[in-house]
Design a protein around this ligand. Structure first.
Ligand code: UT7
Length: 349
């Protein structure tokens, strides 16, 4: 049975840089607070109308496909991870298929927020191992800047997120010392509402959603999005940051250790850990807990903020472009986020 290897990788971030100080015109915050609590100095925001989650993905995908030495017509499956799709439906996968003039291949959207790319990679890995596909395009892309509350009310969320895309091409390999060794997926829906965007949705406040002020009761008709919801700012993501932080610092190390021990490795064997870029303090906590050196962990949240499903492929691509990953290196990808869902992938580059 073959393993999957990353045959090509690409990233795209919008040109527009938004510094912490740029946010001061919209909300009561400070460069000091943001840097101290998150490590973020700046993030990229997509062009309001000319760039979408899909167009950024296409830019990243073009690079990944070229680096894999193939053309878009060679791709036989698309897996697209995002929480900020161009449309509520259909998903972004089909928009990539159309934009890149690919064959009538399968396109699957993965909705797993911060762990979305690692989940998507795991799905792709299974299709390669089974022999079903030979060239799978796996994408993580987000345009957060379009849907955040940039008033002081939403500052605990809006200062964190940024836009961008990353993509890889998965291909089969029979090399002993290469490819994805294993992937590990987890979820715990107990606290689904503490990091969530409730609307548009069909919940009708059935779950007694935390912080949910009101609901328009009508027998029939539009309930996805109402004036009341907008007036109550229920069209924005909600996050209980400290609660997410507490769970993240437990589950990140757990899922990394799970990947390492499954394959007979220990933290010191790792050449590089690419943690989802949620918060520099979380990454530093994980580094300390696992006894890793600065050289063993790659962080770039300082420049891009948290790009959720795009953060792992962007960081992986940047680390590779900087020469921090060489053939045969042991690399671990790990992510934790809304759901909660968390995941890891261990690979030999
Ligand atoms: O990728 C998805 C997964 N997400 C995460 O992993 C996020 C995990 N959580 C976090 O990263 C952190 O909890 C945050 C960065 C979101 C927040 O940092 P914190 O140290 O947990 O701060 P906090 O939420 O406890 O808020 C502390 C104070 C509050 O004021 P009071 O009540 O102490 O007076 C907030 O109102 O900071 C205030 N605050 C802000 N002040 C300035 C919240 N946001 C801001 C802001 N600027 N942007």
């Amino acid at each position: 049975m073959p393993r999957s290897k990353i045959a090509g990788i690409g990233m795209y971030v919008p040109e527009k840089i938004i510094t912490n100080n740029d946010l001061l015109q919209y909300m009561d915050t400070s460069d000091e607070w943001i840097q101290e609590r998150t490590g973020i100095k700046e993030r990229r925001f997509a062009h309001r109308t000319n760039e979408t989650t899909t167009t950024m993905a296409v830019e990243a995908a073009k690079i990944a496909i070229e680096r894999a030495g193939i053309t878009p017509q060679d791709i036989d499956f698309i897996i697209f991870a995002t929480l900020s799709p161009d449309y509520y439906f259909p998903g972004c996968g089909v928009l990539v298929q159309r934009a890149m003039q690919m064959k009538e291949i399968g396109a699957l959207d993965v909705r797993n927020q911060c762990s979305g790319f690692v989940y998507a990679l795991s799905v792709g890995d299974q299709f390669i191992r089974s022999g079903m596909y030979k060239n799978i395009l796996v994408i993580g892309s987000e345009k957060h800047s379009f849907g955040l509350d940039f008033s002081t009310r939403g500052r605990n969320v809006s200062v964190i997120f940024g836009d961008g895309a990353g993509a890889v091409v998965l291909q089969p390999t029979h090399e002993e010392n290469q490819g994805i060794l294993s992937t590990h997926l987890h979820s715990d829906g107990e606290a689904a509402e503490i990091l969530a965007m409730y609307n548009p949705g069909t919940h009708a406040n059935h779950w007694g959603t935390h912080n949910y002020a009101s609901f328009d009761d009508a027998e029939i008709g539009n309930m996805f999005m109402s004036h009341t919801m907008i007036d109550n700012a229920q069209n924005f993501p909600f996050m209980d940051g400290p609660a997410v932080f507490k769970k993240a610092v437990v589950k990140f190390p757990e899922v990394i250790i799970e990947a390492l021990t499954t394959n007979g490795y220990k933290p010191s064997d790792l050449q590089l850990l690419i943690p989802h870029q949620a918060n520099l303090r979380i990454a530093q906590f994980v580094q300390q807990k696992l006894g890793l050196t600065d050289e063993q962990v790659y962080n770039n949240i300082q420049h891009y903020g948290n790009t959720t499903a795009a953060s792992v492929p962007i960081a992986l691509c940047e680390a590779w472009e900087k020469g921090k990953i060489k053939n045969g290196d042991l690399v671990c990808l790990a992510a934790f986020g809304s759901g909660f869902t968390w995941a890891s992938a261990l690979l030999k580059w």
